[in-house]
Each structure stands twice: as C-alpha cells, then as structure tokens.
Design a binder for this molecule. Structure first.
Ligand code: ATP
Ligand code: MG
Length: 239
C-alpha cells in the first residue's frame, strides 16, 4: 500500500504540485488524470524521489516512511517508476535494459523467475532479447521500460503516460498487460491524459488541475460523470 499526504513540489516560486494526498492499494490500478502541465510527472517523480519534495510531505510504503530515502533505496523499498519518455538505453539490447532493473538487492534472488514473468507478459520481447532497444517500435520500447521496472520486483509501479504517442492497437495491448500486472498483486499508479482507456482499466481515479487534486472516485463513476467527460472530452474522443 502506497499512501502519500501533503506532498508538494516547487520549481523556484512555481508550485507544480500543491498539497496532494492519495493512496494505492495492492492489486489496484489508480489513475491520475490531468491536462498538460497539471503536475502529473512532478508528482510521480517526487514519489519516486527523483525530485525533491517540499518539506512536510509524507510518502509511506507499507506503513514505512520513504520520503527521505535516496532513489535507489526507494526501489529497494518496493517502488518502481516508468518515467515519461520511457528512459531506456537505445544502444543496449532488450535483455541488457531488462537486467538494469534486476540490480535491486530485493530482486536478485528472483531474477530468473522475474524475467520469465516479464517475457510471459510481453512475448515479443522474448523474440528480441538481443536486439538494440532503439530499433524497437515505440510500443515495444514502452514494454521494455515496464519490463525493466518489473524486474526490480516492485510492490507499487508508477507509470508516466505509457500510452503517449502510441497507436490504439498497441495501446490496448499495453493496458491489458497492466491488468495482468494488477492480477499479480502489484499496485499501479498510472498518470494519463487518455481518460477513456485508463478509466476503463482503473479501479479508482484522481483528477488533477494546476497542481491540486480536484476530484476523486471510483473509475466507473468518473467515467459516467458528465463534468469529467467534458473536461477530458478530447481524450474520450481520441481513444
Ligand atoms: N524542471 C522544471 N523546472 C521548472 N518548471 C518545471 C519543471 N518541470 C516542470 N515544470 C513546471 O511544472 C508544472 C507541472 O509540470 P509537469 O511536467 O509535472 O506536468 P504534467 O502534468 O506531467 O504535464 P504533461 O502532461 O505535459 O506531461 C508545469 O507548469 C511545468 O512547466
Ligand atoms: Mg508529464
């Protein structure tokens, strides 16, 4: 279980994230919806400790405070981030990219089993283990990025706009993979602009605007809410 409270991020005078609280349980997909610049990436980065948060915030993982840990210790604690733009290494092979995720001490003993799970989830990675990651399609690179995060055996997976720039077909495949990851008991915090697709697989959702949470609820209720549909209409149409 991930629980955050009073989390803020400032870039100089600009408050990109303002007093956010949310929770993600084991085996749950939670989506944060928000327009460009609403603070979604800043929120994920500060949870993963890639970005410092303002004092006073709390990030708890299974009851343990992790807000003051360095990023590698956060991975050891069970949190893995798939960053915006994927952050994979194009010159390395698919296998080498996946193995970077297995570096965490918590993941070493289970490395072979974790790799088998990732390849069962994304069979086309198995066919391309020796291929340079940069030669893969955008969707396949996203699979590599998610696979690498899973190699660290996380309890909570943070995903920053995994569907961005992907064709609907591959996007559907990725989102189905997320539901299978959930079945394995991992909690997923998904940041998205694609409201229709993400609410279709999510259990709950939060709405973010200008750094603040402005709404929350069951995914089914958010999907049926005319105000949500209005606010995210473009993305409902696009999917
Ligand atoms: N490194 C930075 N320095 C200064 N301001 C930043 C920095 N990164 C983000 N911001 C600002 O913080 C706000 C939130 O940005 P953030 O990237 O978190 O939003 P987002 O919701 O992820 O947007 P997008 O949908 O475009 O990915 C924006 O106003 C942005 O300009
Ligand atoms: Mg972003």
């Amino acid at each position: 279980m991930l629980e955050i409270a009073r989390v803020s991020v400032a870039y100089g005078q600009h408050r990109a994230v303002d007093d956010v609280a949310l929770r993600v349980a084991k085996g749950e997909i939670v989506v944060v919806l928000g327009a460009n610049g609403s603070g979604k990436s800043s929120l994920l980065k500060t949870i993963a400790r890639v970005l410092p948060s303002a004092p006073g915030g709390s990030v708890r993982l299974a009851g343990r405070e992790i807000a003051d840990l360095p990023p590698h210790a956060v991975v050891e604690a069970g949190l893995a981030l798939v960053p915006e733009g994927r952050g994979i290494f194009g010159e390395l092979t698919v296998r080498e990219n996946l193995m970077l995720g297995a570096f965490a001490r918590r993941a070493r003993a289970g490395e072979a089993a974790n790799l088998a799970r990732v390849l069962a989830l994304f069979p086309r990675l198995g066919e391309r283990l020796g291929q340079a990651a940069r030669t893969m399609s955008g969707g396949e690179q996203q699979m590599v990025a998610i696979g690498r995060a899973l190699m660290s055996a996380p309890d909570i997976l943070l995903l920053d706009e995994p569907s961005l720039g992907l064709a609907p077909l591959i996007c559907g495949e990725l989102f189905r993979a997320l539901t299978r990851i959930r079945e394995g008991g991992i909690g997923i915090l998904l940041v998205e602009q694609n409201a229709k697709r993400s609410l279709a697989i999510a259990d709950r959702g939060y709405l973010m605007a200008q750094g603040r949470l402005v709404g929350e609820g069951d995914a089914a209720r958010l999907r049926a809410d005319p105000a949500v549909q209005r606010a995210y209409l473009g993305h409902f149409d696009a999917a």
